[in-house]
Write a protein that binds this ligand. Sequence first.
Ligand SMILES: [Zn+2]
Length: 259
Amino acid sequence: MLNDDDLERYARQAIMPAIGEDGQEQLLAARVLVVGAGGLGAPVIMYLAAAGIGTITIIDDDHVSRTDLNRQVIYKDSDVGLLKSRQAAIAASAINPAIHISQLGQRLSAGNVEQLLKAHDVVVDCTDNAEARYLLGDAAHAASKPLVFGGAVRMEGQVSVFQSSVKGHLGSPCYRCVFPAMPDAKQAPGCSEAGILGPVAGLVGTLQALETIKIILGQPRTLTGRLLLIEAAGSDFMEIQTVARLDCSCCGTASGTAD
Ligand SMILES: [Zn+2]
């Protein structure tokens, strides 16, 4: 049951037939893990907190640097040098004190990923390194959790949803089906080498927050089986249909690891 504060706070979204009070209750009951509190994590965390996702866990072991401030709009200049996960949690609580936000100033690792996924309903990949992405992709498949993927560099962005072992989406691709080989650093430079424009990260993170909310609400058309490519320089949005690979080392039937 929504209380008076909830009814007021979430009025503009709960009034929509696609959400309603029932949908708002689903959002408040949901537990979302946000991996990475950088350029993508900043809008993801703020929008999910504002929308009333009842439990949000933020994991990031990094500290805020001044070079983050062109895009990581959850932080203030006075946060420079402080732990991102903690400052992001403080900012999210300031937006919405009615939800539960916890934070871990750690790196996602093989040692903590399974436990973290178990405790959440949806995981949002806002990381900036390939190792963490593959770890998360494989773990989300193994744990049958929806994974909301996003990437941004320079003026380019990518968004997709992976639900390869989630009921109702079996047979859809996993992260490794779409990105079978870990790119080397030269092929896929990070933001520190290649640069990134703030609104591009904001766009991708905002789309990730949107997909997360739609998954929680059980809305039928998400980016599952589709990779959205954004070329911000020309304001172009393109879409690639993605398919599961039989020989995928994570979910493929040819490897004998699929269920
Ligand atoms: Zn796969």
